[in-house]
Design a binder for this molecule. Structure first.
Ligand SMILES: [Zn+2]
Length: 228
C-alpha cells in the first residue's frame, strides 16, 4: 500500500469524516465490523492516488481487511462512486486521461441512484423511529408522574465516569437546554462556556462534588508544552 504523506495523514486524522465508515454512511448496506481503515480508491499513473478525495474510511468488513481478509464485502466500484462524488470537477479533470472520470461519475451516479435513495429513506425513517420511541418513553414517564430528577436518580448503571460520558451526559444536557446547541464545537464564546459551567458546577455541588474550576486556556497551553 502506498503510504499516506505525513501532512495528508494529519489532515485525515483530524477530519471527523474519517471517523465513520463511508460506505455505511452513503449506502447503509451493512453493519460495520472491525476498526476504521483507510482505502486508496483511485489508481493514477500506476500508483494509488494520494489525494484526500481518493482516500475513504471503511470499516474492516467493508474493506475486506484484517479479520475480514477475503470474507468482507469489498466493492471497488462502490468505493469509486463514493470517492468520485467527493472530488471537485477540477480534481476529476486533472486525473482524467485513459479513464474519463467525469463520464465515469455520470455512469456510476445513474447506476447507484436507487441504492442511495433507499439508504437516505432508511436513515430518515430510522431517525423518525428513534424520535417516536423517545416521545413514547417521555409520555410514559410523564403519565407515571415521574420527574426527570426522579428517573435519573434510579437510572443506575454501574459504570465509571469518563471524559466522554461527562461531556455527553452532563455537559451536553445543560448545553442543549440552555443554548439549544448540539455540538460542543458550536460554543464559540467563553461567555457561553461559563454559562454552562455554572449550571454543571451547581449540579455537581448538589452531589457534594467539590467545585472544579474551568481550566484557563493558558493552563492548557502550558501543560501541552510540558508534554511535548
Ligand atoms: Zn462499515
Amino acid at each position: 500500500m502506498q503510504p499516506i504523506p505525513v501532512q495528508l495523514k494529519a489532515d485525515i486524522l483530524a477530519d471527523p469524516y474519517y471517523k465513520t465508515c463511508a460506505r455505511k454512511v452513503v449506502f447503509d448496506d451493512h453493519e460495520c465490523q472491525g476498526r476504521i481503515t483507510f482505502e486508496h480508491v483511485i489508481i493514477f499513473a500506476g500508483r494509488q492516488l494520494n489525494r484526500k478525495f481518493a482516500i475513504i474510511p471503511l470499516c474492516e468488513f467493508a474493506h475486506s481487511v484484517g479479520q475480514f481478509q477475503n470474507v468482507g464485502i469489498l466493492d471497488k466500484e462502490i468505493n469509486l462512486y463514493i470517492a468520485i462524488n467527493r472530488a471537485t470537477d477540477e480534481e476529476l479533470k486533472k486525473i482524467s486521461g485513459a479513464v474519463d472520470y467525469q463520464r465515469l461519475k455520470k455512469y456510476l451516479n445513474k447506476k447507484y441512484k436507487e441504492a442511495i435513495e433507499r439508504a437516505k429513506i432508511r436513515t430518515t425513517q430510522q431517525n423518525k423511529a428513534m424520535h417516536v420511541y423517545f416521545t413514547m418513553v417521555a409520555e410514559a414517564l410523564n403519565d407515571a408522574g415521574l420527574t426527570v430528577e426522579e428517573v435519573i436518580k434510579h437510572y443506575r448503571i454501574e459504570l465509571h465516569w469518563t471524559d466522554i460520558m461527562v461531556k455527553e451526559l452532563i455537559w451536553k444536557t445543560a448545553q442543549r437546554s440552555m443554548l439549544k446547541k448540539e455540538s460542543t464545537t458550536e460554543l464559540r464564546k467563553q461567555k457561553e462556556i461559563d454559562l454552562i459551567w455554572e449550571v454543571v458546577n451547581r449540579f455537581l455541588a448538589k452531589l457534594k462534588v467539590e467545585s472544579i474550576a474551568f481550566p484557563s486556556i493558558e493552563e492548557i497551553m502550558s501543560k501541552q508544552r510540558l508534554l511535548s
